[in-house]
Design a protein around this ligand. Structure first.
Ligand code: RP5
Length: 165
């Protein structure tokens, strides 16, 4: 099994989850992904979470929308770190998903990223793996350097644009 496992409540979540997948691919991190629902397939959610560590998974990303209990349910059955990705829903703009994920009771932490914050879910997973992977740690350093360079370039462009106003 891959070191990162992504679970999503429905395949309708994939367009958002793709952002996390793109980041993992960018860093060369192997992953696997499954549709597992805390409510529709609770037995599979339990089985997956109970076996993940023994199967070689080190970090789990759980994406879900609406009453998004997937991250919490997975976290209940494993000591692996769980990153929750709230998916924006049609009625409440994802606030329902966010609160379902972030308001965990003491003892069962779930590291919740922003609503639809798929990139950060992927990057956070890489950061966790990088704790014991020097190659990944170096890639993360380069990632930050490049990001800062891009912002400086934007500032330089802004200074030019301001002169024209
Ligand atoms: C959640 O319900 C899923 O994560 C998805 O975001 C939402 C809607 O699922 P579908 O009705 O599209 O399968 O469990």
């Amino acid at each position: 099994m891959a070191k990162v496992a992504i679970v999503m409540g429905s395949n309708s979540d994939l367009p958002v989850v793709k952002g996390a997948i793109d980041q993992l691919k960018e860093f060369g991190v192997e992953f696997e992904a499954h549709v597992i629902s805390a409510h529709r397939t609770p037995y599979e959610a339990e089985e997956f979470a109970k076996n993940a560590k023994a199967n070689g998974v080190q970090v789990i990303i759980a994406a879900a929308g609406k009453a998004a209990h997937l991250g919490g349910v997975i976290a209940a059955y494993t000591t692996l770190p769980v990153i929750a990705l709230p998916i924006k829903s049609s009625l409440m703009d994802g606030l329902d998903s966010l609160l379902s994920m972030v308001q965990m009771p003491s003892g069962i932490p779930v590291a919740t990223v922003a609503v639809n914050g798929a990139d950060n879910a992927g990057i956070l997973a890489v950061q966790m793996l990088a704790l014991s992977d020097p190659v990944l740690a170096e890639k993360l350093e380069a990632f930050k350097v490049n990001m800062a360079a891009a912002v400086r370039k934007k500032d330089a462009q802004l200074q030019e644009d301001l002169k024209k106003l």
